[in-house]
Design a protein around this ligand. Structure first.
Ligand code: PLP
Length: 405
């Protein structure tokens, strides 16, 4: 059976050019980048080039890049490195890598978002206290793809003299990123979200910014992250970044076309389906759709059986019984949150795959709704009401704020 991958926000495959770039580091170039002999120096050169490539992707200078073990560590390094004992401000829709880390700080204020998933910069301003050390607001949300007004928030932070971190794990590779222009002093990225390897990421730390380390040991990464460098991983991340710089723009346009085709196809053919986060600026590859009257778990399985890999939320929370905190934060009821699916597109997807996925969704949703004892389509409800026919006592399911089709 052919299998099609529509879960690129969970992770992406390592691209051929990334693998090719990494291979020598797994074989011949095995020196420790801190060693002064030839073997070490070859590794050091590769690491330096990787740092330059990542810096170019972010509009940064190489010494502003700290390699980490991924997005989670980059987020933790930013939060603990700046605000370990102080007050931090973040939002209710952050990834657990920020939310859980923030809960371990001295104190934290969680700012809510609107029905589209967008945070109001004014609300961030109001949350600033005398002891606020850090504001952390994600650039793009992993579940909805919604882009936050980070430039405005960065300005507010700058005016208040507070450090600003943005989790860019779901933005880098999907939208152009120029961190100095965004105004963030700290910015996290992760290799496996844009065709690099898993287990490597980076934190951009603006030059001159004092940052306390999270991991202590040797003097690697200018004392900001101890431990022998993962040179192969860094080279993979660097090559992935280089690809984005060269070809990212065309690919973004292509993927956006596919995402829009998928969304329109579903909305046109599946009654009572709504795009969560619609109306907000979004990354081009993500679509989070609510299908009233069904549970996503069986829908996800039905699609998997037809060969389509999609997600019921972030990879970390799918499989958990709790409905997504992001969908609850935009005002969905637990039931509505449990009837939402995330489609995240990427390089391997084609028009044919998208059309086949639409057919599969239409068929699966219709079949599951037939099996659902309480589901009565809002269209049927409206028609039967006009006819004064007896209407079933099915629970009414109003659309949530922001859940515009
Ligand atoms: N931040 C966001 C927004 C994410 O989507 C993820 C991963 O899903 C992370 C952080 C964590 O990154 P990593 O998997 O590299 O630890």
């Amino acid at each position: 059976m052919q299998r099609y991958y529509f879960d690129h926000n969970a992770t992406t495959p390592v691209s051929p050019e990334v693998l090719e770039a990494m291979m020598p580091l797994m074989t011949d170039v095995y020196g420790n980048a801190s060693s002064i002999h030839h073997f070490g120096q070859r590794a050091r050169q590769a690491l330096d080039q990787a740092r330059r490539n990542v810096a170019t992707l972010l509009g940064a200078i190489p010494e502003e890049i700290v390699f980490t073990s991924g997005g989670t560590e980059a987020d933790n390094l930013a939060l603990f490195g700046i605000a370990r004992d102080g007050h931090a401000i973040t939002t209710t829709v952050e990834h657990p890598a920020v939310l859980s880390a923030a809960s371990q700080l001295g104190s934290v204020t969680l700012v809510p978002v609107d029905g589209r998933g967008v945070v109001d910069p004014e609300a961030i301003l109001k949350a600033i206290r005398k002891d606020t050390r850090l504001i952390s607001v994600m650039h793009a949300n992993n579940e909805l793809g919604v882009i936050q007004p980070v430039e405005e928030i960065a300005k507010i932070a700058r005016d208040a003299g507070v450090a600003f971190h943005s989790d860019g794990v779901q933005a880098a590779g999907k939208v152009p990123v120029n961190v100095p222009k965004l105004g963030a002093q700290l910015y996290s990225i992760s290799g496996h979200k844009f065709y690099g390897p898993k287990g490597v990421g980076a934190l951009y730390v603006k030059k001159g910014m004092a940052l306390r380390a999270l991991v202590y040991g040797g003097h690697q990464e200018r004392d900001r992250r101890a431990g022998t460098e993962n040179v192969a991983g860094a080279v993979g991340l660097g090559r992935a970044a280089q690809w984005i710089v060269e070809y990212g723009s065309d690919e973004r346009t292509r993927v956006e076309g596919l995402r829009d085709r998928l969304e329109q196809g579903i909305l046109d053919r599946v009654p009572d389906s709504y795009v969560n986060g619609a109306g907000a600026k979004r990354v081009p590859n993500t679509s989070n759709v609510r299908f009233d009257g069904i549970d996503t778990e069986p829908l996800l399985i039905a699609l998997d059986l037809k060969g389509f890999a999609v997600s019921s939320g972030s990879a970390c929370s799918s499989g958990a019984a709790e409905p997504s905190h992001v969908l609850k934060a935009i005002g969905l009821t637990a039931e509505q949150a449990r009837s939402s699916l995330r489609f995240s597109l990427g390089r391997s997807n084609t028009v044919e795959q998208v059309d086949a996925l639409i057919d599969a969704v239409v068929e699966s949703v219709a079949r599951l709704r037939k099996l659902a004892p309480v589901y009565v389509s809002s269209i049927t409800r409206r028609t039967s009401q006009t006819r004064h026919a007896e209407v079933s006592d099915a629970e009414s399911m109003p659309s949530a704020p922001g859940a515009v089709r």
